[in-house]
Ligand binder design. Sequence first.
Ligand SMILES: [Mn+2]
Length: 349
Amino acid sequence: MKFIHIADVHLGAQPDKEYTWSQQRGEELWDSFREIIEKAKKEQAELLLIAGDLFHRQPLKGELKEVNYLFSTIPHTQVVLMVGNHDYMKPDSYYRDFPWNENVTFFKSQELKRVYLKELQTYVYGLSYHSREITQPCYDDLRPGGEPGNHILLAHGGDKNHIPIQFGRLAAAGFDYVALGHIHKPQILSENKMAYAGALEPIDQNDFGSHGYVEGILSAKGTRIRFCPFAKREYIPLEIQTNEHMPQSLLEAVIRENIEESGKEHTYSIYLVGYRDEKLRYNLERVRHLGRIVDVEDYTEPALDIEALRRQYAGTVIGEYIRHFPESPEGTQLAALHYGIQALLQTKR
Ligand SMILES: [Mn+2]
């Protein structure tokens, strides 16, 4: 049996608020979800597992209708859905009595339940969040039943306030697969047994790295899973090494080049590290306009004018210190010279 496991789609989120592309990014979350449905159809996945936080907040009725319509376009795929801490089931939530399409199984209760998907000879275990936080470790003592067939756990959480999980114990519980949601970074926690699919698309600037879904096959030989990158964009931290011979224009050229190389579609946080000309302060506002940039931080230090210091402090401890370095030091020697002089100047003060 072929399955697709997704989580944390966060429909309704508006990533990168205050940036010009924010609204478009919100649309992209929907596009990606639609494309996953297409994928399930094309790949003839028999099971689509959605491990919570499909929505970023309470879904509107129209949004549930849209999602349900999409599910109806894959009638040969069984969809199993739970809600997470973001879209948790409020007393007046539209989730409560929404009439799902017949290929959709929805975990309504906060108590752990088990459903049997007859055509797939598969039991799926799960619950839904009825509050923003659940601090009880609901999954730790869970064991699959002994009936023949596949036994899958669909779960959301894994931190202190969202169902803490003892991962080693859960991996050994005996499930054929544990499909996890909540942590946005995709990670296979137990080979072919247990994984966070991660957010389908990265949602905020700390969701670094590749995002997508988990694809798996359950057979008599056991379970096989792999992570498939799928997201349209990534958040990339970009460290730019500066030096005192790098004026603003050159800095901008270097950043532009880096962005072109890694992909203009991605969203960047830029960190400037190294030395800069003593008199220069980089214009970070200009840097912000070089691409999809959400953060620029300047950690550069002014390069000292060694020649001037050598003259000024001739015959003193500082002059002596400088004398021990070659004429034009590089790399660690240069760093040692700078840190040393700065320390000595500080002591002097
Ligand atoms: Mn969550």
